[in-house]
Structures are given as C-alpha cells and as structure tokens.
Design a protein around this ligand. Structure first.
Ligand code: NAG
Ligand code: NAG
Length: 344
C-alpha cells in the first residue's frame, strides 16, 4: 500500500511555521488529524549558503530521513483511525489520543533535526512509505508495528551517538531516545498490558547506518524527492535478513533459520559467524552458510526488548566491513505482541 503524505492538503493549525519544539503544544498535545507541520517543513529544504558542511550534518541528514518514516507512520495512524477503532478492540480509550500525541512528538523531532542541519546542507524531505497493508487497517497490527518501530529507532539512535562529533549532538540523540523509549513503554503498559521494562540496558548495535538501511524496505521505490541525498550515507547495501517464523519461538535457546529478503551474500570458503547483540553485550556463534540455521544464545535473558543478529566473516564483527548480512531485529517482548511483530 503506497501512502501519499498529507502534504499541503490543508492550512493546518494556527501559525505552525513559527512553532518551536519545546515551546508549542503542536508538538505535545495538539489533537488534530491534520499534520502539525507547516507546509514549508514538509519538503526538502535546500542549502541556503555555500561552504563546508556542519560537523554533524551528515548524521542529522540520515536521522531526518529515518524520522520521516516514523512521523509518517504516526500521521497515517492519526488519519486512518479514530478513538472508537481502538476502544472497540478493547484498548484503553486514550489509545488514539496517545497516538496523536506521539505523532506530535515525532513532528517535533522532524523540526529538531531540520534545525540541527546547517545552512550549507540540504535537509531531506519525506518520501512515500509502504508499510504492510495490515498496518493501515487493523488497530492490532498498527500497535504491534508501533512497538517494533520504536525499539528499532532506539537501536539506531544509540548507535548514531558513536558517529556524533559534537557533544551537544550526542546529548540531543540521547534526549530523543528517551522520548522514543517512553512511547514504547506507553504501548507495553497500556496497549499490550505487559511489562514496560527492557532489562538493565537496551540493545546497543555499533553500526547504525546498517539499521537505517533496513528501513529502506518501507520506502516506495523512486518516491523520494530528487533533492534528497542518498539515504543512508554511507550505505553498504548489505543483504537483509529475516527468519522463518514456523518452528521457532525466536527466543534465547531456540533455533532460527534465516531467510534472504532480497539478495544473498557470496560466501567464500572461510569461517562465518552469527553475532547476536542483546543489552550491551554480544555473543558470536559459528554460522555454516549451507545449514543457514543458528541457535539464539541461551545465555540471553528471555522476554525483554530486542535481540539483533548479523552474519559476519570475523568473530564478534569488529568492523563494519566484517558484516556480510543483516541486521535483523527480533522482538523479545512476551505474548501476543511478539507473535504479531515477528510476523510483520
Ligand atoms: C475512558 O475510560 C475510563 C475508565 O474506564 C472512563 O472513566 C472514562 O469515562 C472513559 N472516557 C471516555 C471518553 O469514554
Ligand atoms: C566534549 O566533551 C569532552 C568531555 O567533557 C571535552 O573534553 C571535549 O572538548 C568536548 N568536545 C567538544 C567538541 O566540545
């Protein structure tokens, strides 16, 4: 399902063009179905001066491009559903309101990232997004995907901190990550009636651009504005991984068989490893391309947050270049949620 963004379709709320994140209800509690973003912010913004790029421009260009997908997901939810759609399915009657507020927050993120990119660099605009059909139809599928998006954004936000040059950029990424985490905690408590905790640490994955690249799956091919820089940049264009849902729980101690989503890596005659990341640690497991099956390390605690897995040609994947496929994000939260998400 291709979703056109609601660009320029309406005048929007009062003076959104001056709204500053942190100083406007447009980015907190604005309840409207129309986007809180003013038209000039809903498209690429060209560089207005010539000169060297700001130190963290590239980072924020990548992040803004990712944010457009997340904002669009929430705007889709706000436009598609109503309060009663969620209440009818037994979700709390505040569910739609929360989705609207999260949409407002994400619009605020768009503005914050736009502000962080210097005048010497283009600020990428939104593309069209292609979420699974069920996401735009079923409240359950929508809410399940919401958790998946929020934990994925947590994973690349923490990774991007490694790339930031400026201290203030690192702090901003951390501050945004806190908000995504609250969105996730809200869903786990209110929508899924489960524990909001992710164990002592969320999962750290060092090569954030690889996670960003995996979000390209949601972009309608050729739909991005021509002014946008390549996303993400740099991009290794690694083969993407999935796993067969049948016959596995996707939990620590269970075996998964990988599925190639687009292309398969060329495997040489050498050792390969599946490297599993959970919390701040990772565990390498020998991977035989012919078998294409590995056991998720039983050492990991079960039922919390996510496990990220990649295939590498060196134990522990010490460099970005040593990764040959992935990353795959496996959601570990208990119950119906995991079932729905790992089936997305
Ligand atoms: C929402 O649910 C609460 C608690 O069940 C109830 O007190 C409240 O009246 C409901 N609000 C609406 C708008 O339906
Ligand atoms: C960032 O913070 C560290 C530690 O306080 C400091 O040494 C460094 O100079 C700061 N870097 C910049 C670019 O301000």
């Amino acid at each position: 399902m291709a979703l056109a963004l609601p660009v320029l379709a309406h005048p929007g709320p009062a003076s959104p063009s001056d709204a500053v994140p942190g100083q406007s209800s447009l980015f907190t509690t604005y309840p409207g179905k129309k986007t809180p973003l003013a038209p000039q912010y809903l498209k690429p913004i060209p560089a207005t001066e010539k000169g060297p790029a700001g130190q963290d421009d590239l980072l924020f260009q990548n992040l803004l491009a990712a944010e457009w997908a997340i904002y669009s997901f929430y705007q889709l939810g706000v436009e598609t559903f109503s309060s009663s759609d969620f209440a009818k399915k037994g979700y709390p009657n505040t569910t739609y309101q929360r989705i609207t507020e999260m949409r407002d927050n994400e619009a605020g993120h768009v503005r914050i990232f736009q502000e962080q990119i210097s005048k010497n660099s283009v600020k990428p605009g939104p593309c069209q997004y292609n979420f699974a059909k069920s996401v735009g139809k079923s409240p359950e599928a929508y809410l399940a995907f919401q958790v998946f998006l929020e934990v994925s954004s947590m994973a690349y936000l923490t990774g991007l901190i490694d790339q930031a040059d400026l201290n203030i950029s690192k702090s901003a990424l951390m501050a945004i990550g806190q908000v995504e985490s609250r969105h996730n905690a809200w869903a786990l408590i209110d929508a899924w009636n489960t524990s909001p905790f992710s164990g002592p640490s969320d999962t750290v994955y060092p090569y954030a651009n690889q996670i960003l690249d995996s979000t390209n799956t949601f972009i309608v091919t050729g739909s991005c504005p021509s002014e946008n820089p390549p996303y993400p940049y740099p991009n290794q264009h690694l083969p993407q991984l999935a796993f067969k849902k049948k016959g596995t729980t996707g939990k620590p101690g269970s075996t998964i068989e990988f599925v190639w989503k687009d292309k398969k890596p060329t495997f040489d005659k050498k050792e390969y490893f599946a490297v599993f990341y959970h919390g701040v640690h990772h565990i390498s497991v020998p991977y035989n391309p012919k078998e294409n099956r590995v056991e998720i390390p039983a050492e990991f605690d079960s039922g919390s947050s996510i496990i990220i897995v990649i295939i590498a040609d060196t134990k522990d994947a010490p460099t970005e270049q040593s990764v040959v496929a992935g990353p795959l994000i496996i959601l570990e939260q208990p119950g119906a949620l995991t079932k729905q998400v790992n089936a997305v």
